[in-house]
Design a protein around this ligand. Sequence first.
Ligand SMILES: NC(=O)c1ccc[n+]([C@@H]2O[C@H](COP(=O)([O-])OP(=O)(O)OC[C@H]3O[C@@H](n4cnc5c(N)ncnc54)[C@H](OP(=O)(O)O)[C@@H]3O)[C@@H](O)[C@H]2O)c1
Length: 257
Amino acid sequence: MKITGRTILITGGSAGIGLAFALKFLELGNQVIVTGRRQTVLDEVKAKYPKLHTIQGDVADPVQIASLATRVKAEYPRLDVLMNNAGIMLHKNLKVPATDLDGLMAEMNINVGGVIRMTSAFIDILAANKGTVINVSSGLAFVPLPSAPIYCATKAAIHSYTQSLRFQLEETGVEVIELMPPAVKTELSAEIAEGDGIALMTADQLVKQSFASLKTGALEIRPGQAKQLALMRRLAPDFINRQLWKASKKLVPVGLG
Ligand SMILES: NC(=O)c1ccc[n+]([C@@H]2O[C@H](COP(=O)([O-])OP(=O)(O)OC[C@H]3O[C@@H](n4cnc5c(N)ncnc54)[C@H](OP(=O)(O)O)[C@@H]3O)[C@@H](O)[C@H]2O)c1
């Protein structure tokens, strides 16, 4: 991927992995726009990093996506990178009925619906500008962390969707990259502790490893333990599945669906 002189939109770029990528892209001489749901957080980010452009928007809401697309296409006609990064992770107890059946789909709406809708809403400008789509899935697309069953299913779905997207866009000149991070220290992973084979890297370490791969033109980036998960899934699937269950059993909420 060409990593300078681009105009880049990062969903969920107000914190964690998205913000770390935004700052690196900024440092490399790109124009970067970040989104998030909370205006207060975006305001704090803007005050700290005035060169970042911020726009409020929820990727789970089709109406907000449509207005974001209209605004970005008008204000940033050279937009040529979309990084679908916004995501949430919830630990769930599947043994009892959920109290909120609609809420049960929150991760599907954001992690899957958000990526699919955002890509569709921006595909025309990305094709016109021979751009790049970066979908952030997870090493958990390969092997689930059973305490977060829906989250892992969303990441497996994005892994599959991204492969199809790459084939369909082959002749359009749009490059499709999948970033599959391992466990990274952010708000999203706050409940996950090191141990039982799980190691957490910092967002800056993720950025460093990912940019090394982006520069080589890699289309599927599996930093740190994500690479090991992919390998273990092939070599010893039963072992690695059970290992992740052992590591995550204590994260299953007691009594809550
Ligand atoms: N951390 C990890 O261990 C890890 C590992 C593998 C993959 N990932 C993936 O990396 C991505 C970023 O995760 P992270 O760890 O950086 O999470 P994070 O620190 O919790 O940050 C999430 C960002 O997304 C935004 N966001 C959440 N829901 C949104 C929505 N509906 N619409 C727009 N923005 C939304 C948040 O801002 P608001 O809350 O204000 O909206 C925030 O800016 C996710 O896709 C996650 O699945 C993370």
